[in-house]
Design a protein around this ligand. Structure first.
Ligand code: CTP
Length: 411
């Protein structure tokens, strides 16, 4: 949302305290936020909170000569790329439906040509009231978008529809309106990330070294490029990226099952996960005691998730990762062909390289002999460059062979 202008209207309801967090969520995604409060909103939360979070003085009056001199209300209405009213009270919905211009926020809604989104919040009986429902229908007819309300416990002690959506949910829903379509709009992408853990006993496991940072950055970059993203993640210490559906798994078998579930509805698979290649044949029910001087474990192969998806007759566009300590290009090329991938992203790992680092470099190879080197950069920047590269190859492949069985032309 970098550089986008959000005019956040806050009206009078107890959910106004959540709007402070909403400002944080919008600002952290790069938006510039101008808060406009109604008189009733000021009964619930102080303007200083919003000023501190948004970095801009709050506007609340049509008749503030100083503020109007700096940016008049018509200029402010033009400044907005999006008008978001959260919470939107029953009274505000009524005033909006009737085209009133009796305070600054209502006037701005009339004067703007930007999309308007409202997040209603009120007592469930007030929401269900025919007057409110008629107003909601009128607003919908005029193209005003409604996000929520959610159903649940209310501050008044009742239960039902009327809760404002959570700030992150609201930010996720308005983001596509602000950023417009991207190269992956309308496409579903599955990203695997993190390590897997293969249990030995209730307290021990075999795992791979992986922080998940690259995979999470890739998921976020696909989301920013308009994709609907499912992130199937092994255990990591990272929060799920905004707007991404996260499926948490532990073992390779669970990751495989989760990928199989999503497979019918995805167009791309990007496998960044460091999946364990082997798992213990037996998992002890009780903790293994140290009774012997040495211990031999019997391990068996796990299913190669990436290769099994790539071997499907009707399969998504498949991008693999390869972590190599030597002969990076040669090993990556061999994996691209052996696993029947569309693209492979290789990085050199080893002493202080790639693992747990904030930055990384990638060599990307694709079918037909293409290659690109993505220079060392913070993982978020690298992920954005990688997603652009994948977009070029993906769209070229879907144009060239929309129904392709990609196994055929590897020779
Ligand atoms: N991968 C997978 N399922 C596995 C193992 C690997 O999906 N059970 C995926 C990884 O997510 C990665 C790619 O396969 O995208 C490369 O994995 P890697 O283990 O480096 O390749 P291998 O073919 O197992 O080769 P190596 O002998 O180097 O381990």
């Amino acid at each position: 949302m970098r550089g986008k202008h959000v005019l956040l209207g806050v009206t009078g309801g107890i959910a106004a305290y959540k709007s402070a967090e909403l400002v944080r969520r919008l600002v952290e995604r790069g938006a510039e936020v101008q808060v406009v409060m109604t008189a009733a909103a000021r009964e619930f939360i102080g303007a200083t909170t919003f000023q501190a979070l948004s970095g801009r003085p709050v506007r609340d009056s049509l008749w503030d000569a100083g503020a109007e001199a700096a940016m008049g209300h018509i200029e402010l209405a033009r400044w907005a790329d999006l008008v978001l009213v959260a919470p939107a009270s029953a009274d505000f919905l009524a005033r909006l439906a009737h085209g009133r211009a009796d305070d600054l926020l209502a006037t701005l809604c009339l004067a703007t040509s930007a999309p308007i989104v409202v997040a209603p919040a009120m007592n469930q009986q007030m929401w269900a009231n025919a007057a409110t429902q008629t107003n909601v229908a009128t607003l919908a007819q005029r193209g005003i978008r409604m996000v929520g309300p959610a159903v649940g416990d209310q501050a008044c002690g009742e239960t039902g529809p009327g809760r404002m959506l959570e700030p992150t949910e609201i930010a996720d829903l308005v983001e596509p309106l602000l950023i417009g379509p991207g190269p992956f709009t309308g496409q579903r992408v599955l990203v695997t990330a993190g390590p897997t853990r293969e249990r030995l006993d209730p307290v021990r496991f075999v795992s791979n070294r992986s922080s998940g940072k690259m995979g999470y950055a890739v998921a976020q970059a696909f989301r920013a490029a308009g994709a609907e993203v499912v992130l199937v993640s092994g255990p990591v210490a990272l929060p799920a990226p905004a707007g991404v559906r996260c499926v948490c798994v532990e073992s390779a078998a669970q990751m495989y099952a989760a990928v199989q579930t999503e497979l019918p509805s995805i167009q791309l698979l990007v496998a960044t996960a460091a999946v364990a290649d082997y798992r213990p044949v037996e998992v002890a029910e009780r903790k293994i005691k140290k009774r012997t001087e040495s211990l031999t474990l019997e391990m068996t192969r796990t299913t190669d998730i990436l290769a099994s998806v790539a071997a499907e007759p009707k399969r998504p566009f498949v991008v693999g990762f390869a972590a190599e300590t030597d002969a990076v290009e040669q090993h990556a090329l061999e994996k691209l062909l052996r696993k029947n991938l569309d693209m492979i992203c290789a990085n050199e790992v080893g002493a202080a390289k790639a693992f747990d680092c904030e930055d990384n470099a990638l060599l990307v190879l694709w079918r037909g002999g293409g290659r690109a080197e993505l220079a060392r950069a913070p993982k978020r920047e690298l992920a954005t460059a990688l997603v652009e590269l994948i977009a070029t190859q993906y769209h070229a492949s879907t144009r060239a062979e929309p129904q392709a069985d990609r196994r055929k032309d590897l020779g």
